[in-house]
Design a protein around this ligand. Structure first.
Ligand SMILES: NC(=O)c1ccc[n+]([C@@H]2O[C@H](COP(=O)([O-])OP(=O)(O)OC[C@H]3O[C@@H](n4cnc5c(N)ncnc54)[C@H](O)[C@@H]3O)[C@@H](O)[C@H]2O)c1
Length: 330
């Protein structure tokens, strides 16, 4: 079957039907090119709930069964991180393009083998860092990226603050226990990884200079606070994160230039660019969010069709994860 017929519906198999799997199914509904077709989850109740909402979907009886389904073009993986690499390899065996949830994995050896295979065999794979498609990232690149003409002067510092009234956040309360535990979960992997992706895409690899995480005494729970200093592109980066305050999900990134600054709030839906001549918002929050979501699905189509795209690849995502694990290790 050709993957390149213009206008052809591209059929997606979804493995992992929890919070994120449901979000993606809702986003895919009605898309003009991408069509969710087959689903599978290790939990039969999740499959049953999904078929109630989307009776047109077909359920496979295993991950291997889904991946072998007739007529599939791409696999979307929305399980917790542990099975991401093995599912990716199975999908490659079947010739599928893979769109995988972040974090890529905490098994760096398996990731390196997978990345070597992607390069050797020309496999198509990308990771869902949604900010990759945000207009805010575009603004950072044209202001401070390698090819930027520096309209706000040289970058002097980056600050990132995240805070959560509770962890997991209310909208992820139904997620598995893994999200609240330190082996695979925690806000550093789950949330900071998005901003480390942005940082490294604009400035290149970051190094952790100092980092201190606080953990609950039970030996199991994920971090409750993190303070860290990094360097990226010769610029100091300060991170503070905590399970604290009244706001369910607060995040703010400030990029300071010599002649002005860019402040990005609430998942880059609020963007302020300040110069000496006053404040210039980039656009309306809902418009920015919708533009990013629409662009992400278009980039996925391009990835399936083997065209160039802006989604983060596995190597870029492993580099993010290496910085994240370094933050947690120190
Ligand atoms: N990109 C984003 O903005 C974003 C947001 C939230 C979560 N995520 C990521 O999405 C992934 C899933 O998170 P979630 O919040 O949906 O978790 P969740 O716990 O709500 O759902 C995970 C689902 O995967 C299933 N599952 C577990 N192991 C499986 C396996 N081996 N095979 C098949 N199914 C399996 C579980 O039964 C569950 O239904 C995580 O990697 C998470 O970090 C990404």
């Amino acid at each position: 079957m050709s993957n390149r017929d213009d206008g052809q519906r591209l059929r997606i198999g979804v493995i992992g039907l929890g919070v994120m799997g449901q979000r993606m199914l809702a986003r895919l509904a009605g898309h003009e090119r991408l069509q969710a077709a087959w689903v599978w989850d290790a939990d039969p109740a999740a499959v049953a709930r999904t078929l109630q909402t989307y009776p047109q979907l077909r359920a496979a009886d295993s991950a291997a069964g889904l991946i072998a389904s007739e007529g599939l073009h791409s696999l979307y993986i929305a399980t917790p991180p542990a099975p991401h690499m093995a599912l990716t390899e199975l999908a490659f065996d079947a010739g599928l393009a893979v769109f995988c949830e972040k974090p890529l994995t905490v098994d760096f050896e398996a990731a390196r083998r997978c990345i070597a295979r992607i390069e050797r065999e020309g496999r198509r794979a990308a990771v869902n860092f949604a900010l990759a498609s945000s207009p805010g990232l575009g603004l950072l690149q044209t202001s401070f990226g390698a090819a930027a003409k520096r309209p706000l002067g040289e970058l002097t510092a980056v600050e990132l603050e995240v805070a959560f009234a509770a962890w997991p956040r209310p909208w992820q309360a139904a997620a598995g226990r893994w999200l609240a535990e330190r082996v695979e979960g925690g806000f550093t992997r789950e949330v900071l990884s998005h901003f480390i992706f942005v940082l490294q895409r604009v400035l290149g690899p970051a190094t952790v200079q100092a980092s201190a995480a606080s953990y609950p005494a039970d030996g199991i729970g994920a971090e409750t606070a993190l303070r860290a200093e990094l360097q990226a592109g010769g610029v100091p980066v300060r991170i503070t994160g905590a399970v604290a305050g009244e706001v369910a999900d607060r995040n703010r990134m400030l990029w300071r230039g010599a002649a002005g600054e860019i402040e990005l709030g609430q998942w880059f839906s609020e963007v302020q660019q300040r110069r000496h001549d006053g404040s210039r918002p980039l656009g309306d929050a809902a418009l920015l969010r919708n533009a990013a979501q629409a662009d992400q699905l278009q980039q996925w189509v391009a990835m399936i069709e083997g065209r160039s795209h802006s989604l983060p690849g596995y190597a870029e995502s492993l580099a993010v994860q290496q910085t994240i694990e370094a933050l947690l290790r120190r």
